[in-house]
Design a protein around this ligand. Sequence first.
Ligand SMILES: N[C@@H](CCC[C@H](N)C(=O)O)C(=O)O
Length: 293
Amino acid sequence: MWTAGLLGPYNGAMITPGTPFLKMHGLGNDFVIVDTRHTSFTPTSALVRALSDRRTGIGCDQFITIEPPRAEGWAFMGIRNADGEVVESCGNAARCVGAVLLAETKGAPVCLDTLAGPIVAEAASEERVAVDMGPARLAWDQIPLAGPADTLSLDLAVGPLSAPVAVSVGNPHAVFFVPEAEAVDLDRWGPLVEHHPLFPRRVNVEVVHQRPDGSLRMRVWERGVGITRACGTGACAVLIAARRRGLVPGETADVVLDGGTLTITWRESDSHVVMAGTATRVYSGVLDPGFTP
Ligand SMILES: N[C@@H](CCC[C@H](N)C(=O)O)C(=O)O
């Protein structure tokens, strides 16, 4: 466990004394995870922004809370982006929290409630967790978009990016097919797409090309964060978009992100999207009770 002495960068006061946290990541998309099922800890946006800061806080892409179940399931997963905003879904965090809860259920599949609906997690192998993220949402008002539009090819062009596929996996995504994902200046174009008026709740932005072996190479600009090494819901959106465009013959493909590979399946039978990949525990610590955002 970390000690107060190691928590120097965020000395101050506000957090429930001794609130334990876990640092985990899925393919380098990293999280601070706090189990609030037995505490009164509720993070403010300012606190999340401060703790997410890589220079002065702990540093993470998303701040995750494991909360008492609301509608159904074993627990509710609260998700806040590094900018402090509450969001609906997070695929990589679902695998990480799934791994934590699977230890509690001794391996029995576990249902995790989110603002986007239930996610079911189960062990896929010794090292990998599979999560059923629920059904893909493809209608314009489910993304949501500002008005009726063909989600298979939006009338949108930003720099070299054009005609994205819009997909919701509980959270909104715009998927752009490009000749070479690595060549796109995401720092420049990502924020312009994220904040485009077509997306009233903003949007996560993926650029993708297909490799000769059939896998999909993607990079991501995440809403409320920026470029991250991986985005689980983004990988789901990419596979769905590629299948809708007729690029992937079967239900399943590997999606290759900066931080590693996820295997994504979009099931014909019920339109659910299932993701399998690693969930890595980095360290545990205790939030400094002296921290003021
Ligand atoms: N990294 C996540 C997605 C987190 C939320 C996203 N930035 C949003 O605003 O919707 C993932 O692994 O899915």
